[in-house]
Design a protein around this ligand. Structure first.
Ligand SMILES: C[S@@+](CC[C@H](N)C(=O)[O-])C[C@H]1O[C@@H](n2cnc3c(N)ncnc32)[C@H](O)[C@@H]1O
Length: 301
């Protein structure tokens, strides 16, 4: 990808929009607005435009926008537990406009945050972080990597990642844009630098959505997939892969990773939100998965 990611901007706009609604009970990203370009920033700031262009426009068209909040909550709850247990390195793969590092300046000032993304996406993010006027986090390290062409381990080590200490790794909203080979290679590469005690949280698109026979039997899902695929392809970020929890666990297990938990984004969101936000619920085809490298080995899934 030679251009900055537009899907990253889109998910930041989702977080900025839901900051104003009841959905913030699931995850409240009060800094997301600083990550937006002028168009989305305008739409998200004005209530009428927020409703018309975001909630009733983009979100209705793409569906399942709450998955963005659900995966962030799932991850940051588990990250907090890991930090309480002593983990001091957080690696965000495909960080996009994730604002954890900015929010962490007061809550977790001692955590090293490695933001991994394409050079093009990071260039725009740095500009927006600098222009935000927010307190900068001195512990953020930007690590430019293209998962389709490069291995992440060498880049992290060069950037200062401590391979003798456990790390928490998140990989949200990214695997679907990569080939299966790139996902497998990244998992392998991470395996070589993550010691026991490390955790990996990711989300993934259900493999069945790439099976034409399955999709044909689910007309509503077929429509929604068609719109999502067309939208991301039009942004130069085509959807390339889908998985199962078993498949990712199997890919990761030779490198010491073991299954910890999985649930759908929808199941997870339902634990936090009462009532029915209109047309935003994740589908049953967005999955969350946590793996860990146990200190004393246990059996996988
Ligand atoms: C949909 S955004 C998700 C951003 C963030 N993780 C979140 O949940 O808000 C996808 C991100 O993955 C990054 N990405 C996509 N393909 C990539 C690749 N081949 N190498 C590195 N980063 C990539 C994009 O630049 C973008 O920031």
């Amino acid at each position: 990808m030679s251009k900055a990611s537009q899907t990253a901007e889109m998910v930041a706009a989702i977080r900025a929009t839901f900051h104003h609604g009841p959905e913030a009970m699931l995850f409240d990203d009060w800094l997301a607005k600083y990550m937006l370009g002028p168009k989305f920033r305008f739409f998200c700031a004005v209530p009428l435009l927020r409703r018309r262009f975001m909630l009733q426009g983009l979100f209705r068209n793409l569906n399942s926008s709450l998955t963005v909040l659900s995966r962030a909550r799932f991850t940051e709850d588990r990250l907090e537990t890991a930090i309480a247990e002593g983990i001091g390195q957080y690696v965000i793969l495909g960080a996009g406009f994730d604002t954890f590092a900015l929010r962490a300046t007061s809550t977790f000032p001692d955590i090293d945050v490695y933001e991994v993304d394409t050079e093009a996406s990071q260039r725009v993010k740095k500009l927006r972080v600098n222009a935000s006027g927010l307190e900068q986090n001195p512990n953020v390290i930007y690590v430019p990597v293209d998962f389709m062409k490069e291995t992440v381990a060498d880049k992290l080590l060069t950037a200062g990642f401590d391979a003798s200490k456990p790390a928490f790794i998140s990989w949200l909203g990214v695997t679907l844009y990569l080939t299966e080979e790139a996902v497998a290679e990244t998992i392998e590469s991470l395996g070589s630098i993550c010691v026991p005690g490390s955790k990996l949280v990711t989300d993934f698109m259900d493999a069945r959505l790439h099976d034409p026979e399955f999709v044909e039997g689910e007309p509503e899902i077929a429509q929604s997939m068609k719109r999502l695929k067309a939208y991301t392809a039009s942004k130069g970020e085509p959807i390339l892969s889908g998985f199962t929890a078993e498949k990712i666990t199997k890919m990761a297990s030779p490198f010491g990773w073991r299954f910890k938990e999985t649930q759908t984004s929808r199941q997870h969101a339902e634990k936090f939100l009462q009532g029915e936000p209109d047309h935003c619920w994740p589908t049953d085809y967005d999955h969350l998965l946590m793996l860990e490298k146990p200190k004393d080995d246990e059996t996988g899934i």
